[in-house]
Ligand binder design. Structure first.
Ligand SMILES: N[C@@H](CCC(=O)N[C@@H](CS)C(=O)NCC(=O)O)C(=O)O
Length: 201
């Protein structure tokens, strides 16, 4: 059976959400691990924008956005409320995350200022988690968002450990201790043209 090809980068939160959906939904792909500073010509040819993840279907159709790869994997989309939450993750929260993580590159404001901007989203999640965004089990909306929250938490672990978001903390802890997390964080060597791709997951 022909499988899609997924261009991926292990630590990228967008690529992570794509791999989470693929593994959680029971799909499988051929994985091409990308090194961002030397992206394969084969990827840039089908997707000149040059970001990962990118998925190439056996019929040549290219899916260039992580969220659309999730929709393909789950064979469904999210309700309006969840879509709006993901949009706040990908928009203001991701922007605050980048500035909080690399505050030295954004000297207009302090790192704490950027953290407080991100906390607006953490506070929203805190009010929504019970114990997951999807309810009893983690699902599409959880996996769309949790890789970004993991990065945010990792900027200052001591701060996060005592921040007033116990449900977010519990959610993230369960996620990083899950088998699915271990599966999607498996390490693959950089794919080079001609290499036979490993099957993921
Ligand atoms: N909107 C895209 C964003 C993907 C994205 O920005 N990926 C980053 C890595 S986390 C990337 O490939 N950046 C290009 C680069 O760093 O050269 C998606 O959802 O797939």
């Amino acid at each position: 059976m022909l499988q899609p090809i997924l261009y991926s980068f292990r630590r990228c939160p967008y690529a992570m959400r794509a791999r989470l959906a693929i593994a959680d939904a029971g799909q499988s792909v051929l994985l091409r691990e990308v090194v961002l500073r030397s992206k394969p010509a084969e990827m840039l040819e089908v997707s000149p924008k040059g970001t990962v993840p990118v998925m190439v279907m056996p019929d040549g159709v290219v899916i260039e956005q992580s969220f659309e790869i999730m929709e393909w994997a789950y064979e469904e989309s999210l309700d309006e409320t969840s879509l709006a939450l993901v949009a706040r993750n990908d928009g203001p929260f991701k922007q605050a995350l980048d500035r909080y993580k690399y505050a030295d590159r954004y000297p207009e404001f302090s790192q704490q200022h950027y953290r407080e901007q991100g906390e607006e989203f953490l506070a929203e999640l805190e009010g929504l988690l019970s114990p997951n965004l999807s309810g009893a089990d983690m699902g599409f909306v959880d996996y769309a968002i949790v890789p970004f929250v993991r990065q945010f938490a990792g900027v200052d672990e001591d701060w996060f450990a005592s921040a007033p978001y116990p449900r977010v903390r519990d959610w993230l802890t369960r996620f990083v201790n899950s088998e699915l997390f271990e599966t999607v964080m498996g390490k693959y060597p950089q794919w080079l043209a001609g290499d036979r791709e490993p099957i993921f997951p």
